[in-house]
Design a protein around this ligand. Structure first.
Ligand code: SUG
Length: 437
């Protein structure tokens, strides 16, 4: 068996209805841009340009397709009847905010699609997937069915891949996927140590990830308890706007890169991490140099921390981080110090950032052996030809402006479904989406 493992980043291809509806309580960017005009075409092209940049570094890149929006199946379940057009008109007149929930392109943030355990870490030697229930926000909770279908479609071979049900129980087992999960390892193919970060409601904002959800995922994924750590997020970080832990920290390989106020009890947590993962290098930003507010605005820690083919690590950061002098200075200092991080690239993903989604939110990491990668559906792996085809698809079908009022126009639905039909044709997916069934 071929034992070479690589990290594949599966980015969310940003969908044609990307808009700013202020749907996510506790996500400051989402709230402050509510009602603004979005540019779906620009958003999707920015996302693809980020994927190109990662590929340019010699990294493996895949993508998850967007979901069908507006989600008519949800609107029908909520009692809106008639033709597709009538459903949009009725919902738009009676409950415009509900309609906006059913129009969200939020499946782009695939760090929230689910949690993944690579095969070197699981007792049955398969890669395990649990789609996230995203119960904390209505517009995100309606993603999980299609996400489950998508993951099974791409990782279909039961010889290599195990799929679990979305966790039951709504917010009692609120699960936000990989955005609150990290994996430390000496090499991607060695058994990893899993960090599961959960929250407890703050004074201002509710916690989305529940400890018992993280525990259930760890059980489902057949992880060795000696290699799992459950960590409480600090309420200070949550209340400052870190609605997911990946806004204040990221783990890759041997490195944990984070803000000193990420965890409720950093001292005990670092001790446990050092005990279970003795190889770890903790690179911490002191609040005196970079405040939590700077982190939330710049998304410094929502970077992709990437192991390059030569073994060194690069940070892929949003342009907002370069624009903040304290953050930029801390990045430069990190690069100059004796640690594996010695490259940085800044990318413009502003359309996503304005809804609180940085580079790390936009990708789901899946560590695969070469054999497992060959067993995955090649349609969702990127090369130059495929990424050019997706860019052409975006340019043909996407609008460059969507305002809240536009969501009431059934014409936007027609365009969105035409785009999704063309995408399923391009990717050989058949009648995949609810609107096609
Ligand atoms: O769940 N924003 C997303 C952003 C998710 C970011 N992901 C990670 N941190 N991994 C959310 O809050 C806003 C949609 C709107 O308001 O229109 C939104 O869903």
């Amino acid at each position: 068996m071929d034992m070479e493992f690589h990290e594949y980043n599966f980015d969310g291809l940003i969908g044609p209805t990307h808009n700013y509806a202020g749907l996510s309580f506790g996500n400051i960017a989402s709230a402050s841009n509510a009602g603004a005009a979005s540019n779906p075409k620009e958003a999707a092209l920015q996302g693809l340009a980020k994927m190109r940049a990662a590929m340019g570094l010699g990294l493996k890149q895949g993508f998850l397709p967007p979901q069908d929006r507006p989600h008519l199946k949800t609107l029908r379940a909520l009692g809106f009847t008639g033709t597709d057009k009538q459903i949009i008109e009725k919902a738009g007149a009676a409950e415009p905010q509900l309609l906006a929930n059913c129009y969200a392109a939020s499946s782009m943030w695939t760090a929230n699609a689910g949690t993944v355990a690579p095969s070197p870490d699981t007792t049955d030697g398969k890669a395990h997937f649990t789609p996230a229930n995203l119960a904390a926000n209505f517009h995100r909770s309606i993603e999980s069915d299609t996400t489950a279908r998508t993951l099974k479609h791409i990782f279909a071979d039961e010889k290599y891949f195990a799929h679990h049900e979305v966790l039951p129980g709504g917010i009692h087992f609120g699960d936000e996927g990989a955005a609150n999960h990290g994996r430390l390892c000496e090499n991607h193919g060695e058994t990893g140590v899993h960090l599961f970060v959960y929250g407890v409601d703050g004074e201002r904002f509710p916690a989305r990830q529940k400890r018992r959800a993280s525990e259930a995922v760890a059980r489902n994924h057949c992880l060795d308890p000696v290699k799992t750590i459950f960590i409480e997020q600090s309420k200070t970080a949550l209340d400052a706007g870190a609605f997911h832990n990946d806004v204040v920290g990221v783990a890759n390989g041997s490195v944990l890169f984070l803000h000193e106020q990420s965890f409720a009890d950093p001292k005990a947590t670092y001790a446990e991490i050092r005990n279970k993962a003795p190889f770890v290098e903790i690179v911490e930003a002191p609040a005196g140099k970079v405040s939590l507010e700077d982190c939330i605005k710049s998304y410094l820690f929502n970077s992709q921390l990437l192991t390059l083919p030569g073994g060194e690590m690069a940070l892929l950061l949003p342009a907002e981080s370069e624009g903040n002098p304290r953050v930029k200075a801390f990045v430069d200092e990190t690069l100059s110090k004796n640690n594996p991080i010695n490259r940085v690239i800044y990318k413009n993903v502003r359309e996503s950032m304005r809804n609180g989604g940085g580079p790390a939110c936009l990708r789901l990491r899946v560590v695969l052996s070469e054999e497992e990668a060959r067993a995955a559906n090649a349609q969702f792996m990127l090369d130059d030809e495929k990424i050019s085809a997706l860019e052409a698809w975006v340019s043909e079908f996407y609008r460059d402006c969507v305002t809240p009022d536009d969501l009431r126009d059934p014409g936007l639905m027609d365009e969105s479904f035409a785009a999704m039909q063309a995408l399923t044709d391009l990717l050989g997916m058949g009648a995949f989406y609810d609107f096609q069934r």
